[in-house]
Design a protein around this ligand. Sequence first.
Ligand SMILES: N[C@@H](CCC(=O)N[C@@H](CS)C(=O)NCC(=O)O)C(=O)O
Length: 285
Amino acid sequence: MVQLVDGDIKTREVLGWKGVHVLHFMGSSCSQKLRIFLDLKKIPWQSHPIDLPGYENMQPWFLGINPRGLVPVLVDNGAVHIESNDIIQYLEKKFPTPKLIPVGHENEVAALLKHEDDLHLDLRTLSFRFVFALPGPPKPAVALESYAANGTGTVGGAKDHEKDVQIEFWQRAAKEGFTEERARASARKFRDEFEKLDRTLATQPHLMGDDLSVLDIAWFIYEHRLTLAGYPFARLHPHVHAWAEKLRAMPEFAKEVGQLRHSPEQLEAVRRAQAGKTLEAVVGF
Ligand SMILES: N[C@@H](CCC(=O)N[C@@H](CS)C(=O)NCC(=O)O)C(=O)O
């Protein structure tokens, strides 16, 4: 569990926040996952939107809360929790009903969520290449300088390297873009994962068996983003497609996935970027 310690936190005002507060961004996949979870649990929470396209997460105030500069962040009565999957597991303990992690399977679910999180940068590569398709570097040098310079740089009191991984990702993106080679490698990883999930969903309605769990939420969010990227789920993984369609129809999910709106300029950029360069064409599925 990643709960920050006092010395990690520079933005001291959050220590006095009462109740459940979430710092998040509308179009962020990890934030979507957490918001669906909160909604299914009916946990009341106060919203603090963080403007990722405006680089607010790379400014001193936010880095003073999460030294990694990532959303979502939970502040529960002044205790700061980071990492979406850890936040979810923490809230599951605090708000046990409805159950979204089957009893007795906590460790297994933790390992499976960790595996899901390990694919996050692959999702980001495909999102930026095929969904957001920005014309220039995703993060300007000045924002990355602020990112590097601010926050304590510690998590749990120890020097943390996650921010370096993030900065390296954005610097490489600025230098070489989101290349076909990387897109292909990332898409192949997802193809392997979704092939396994498809076999599971051929024999049971949800990923952990009969009941909906946090794993369904987590993988649904990936499925949804990749669908927006043009990943051919119906053709490659029909059981995953059918499972996702059912989830998409549930109000807690529908509310979220209807929210990823693009401006006309973004849609135009996507059309330009995808002319003859769709995910299917690039990765060869
Ligand atoms: N492992 C982290 C990943 C969080 C993450 O990468 N969040 C993204 C949004 S989905 C973010 O904050 N990106 C920062 C940016 O785009 O500048 C978690 O699960 O919370």
